[in-house]
Design a protein around this ligand. Structure first.
Ligand SMILES: [Zn+2]
Length: 78
């Protein structure tokens, strides 16, 4: 889970980009800069807008983790 110190620097947002159903697959282009969380294991990464999500071999999953899918959890505004 991502950390923060000062809540004043974060705004709540209900945008669909944060929904797990819109999680990105390895190799997808990130539409938003920010922090993404693997829905299978909780691993987190930060990525710039327009960059490519890490490949399938970025980290390993056991059988119970399912596929690597990257869910946006914190988006940078600009
Ligand atoms: Zn994972």
């Amino acid at each position: 889970m991502a950390y923060y110190k000062d809540i004043n620097f974060l705004d709540f947002n209900t945008g669909s980009a944060f929904d797990a159903v819109n999680a990105l697959s390895p190799g997808d282009r990130a539409e938003y800069a920010g922090i993404y969380r693997c829905t299978g294991c909780g691993h987190e990464i930060a990525i710039a807008k327009g960059h490519i999500m890490p490949p399938q071999n970025h980290h390993s999953h056991g059988l119970l983790n399912g596929p690597i899918l990257w869910q946006l959890i914190v988006a940078a505004k600009h």
